[in-house]
Every structure is written in C-alpha cells, then in structure tokens.
Design a protein around this ligand. Structure first.
Ligand SMILES: [Zn+2]
Length: 80
C-alpha cells in the first residue's frame, strides 16, 4: 500500500480534484451525448485523503504512486 510522504498514513486512493468542462447535447432523462471534453490540466490535483496535502499534479505519477512504483521525493503544494 502507498504511504503518504507528508503524514505517513497508508492510503489506498488519492483524493482527486480538477475541473473538466465539456460540450454536450442533453436529451432529457439523464442522457447526454458528449461532443467534446476539455481537461484543464493546470487545475488537477491528487491529494492525500488523510492530510489533504497535494502529492501530485500529474496523473501518471499519481498512478505510479498507488502502484508502488513512484515514491514522491518531496511534498508538493508549498512555496511552488
Ligand atoms: Zn497524508
């Protein structure tokens, strides 16, 4: 299991926050037909669910972390 480098909690998922906007056609009855999706990568964050520290801003690294392949060298989110 992955271990948070900030609070050392064992975590099995990361709290994701981000913004995605899309252009879709709505037909009623919860039926959407998505034409285009726009990801705004600059706003995406993967945080520790325990201490809410931002650990990753990159999905590949976040995925590797949960698979035990990436050890974060330092905690992001302070200073810049
Ligand atoms: Zn943590």
């Amino acid at each position: 299991m992955a271990v948070c480098p900030n609070c050392e909690a064992e975590i099995e998922y990361l709290q994701y926050s981000g913004r995605k906007s899309c252009s879709a056609r709505y037909f009623g009855g919860h039926i959407y037909e998505v034409d285009q999706e726009f990801a705004e990568f600059g706003d995406e964050q993967w945080c520790c669910p325990k201490c809410h520290e931002v650990l990753f801003t990159n999905e590949c690294l976040a995925d590797g972390f949960l698979r035990g392949k990436v050890i974060p060298a330092k905690v992001l989110g302070e200073g810049g």
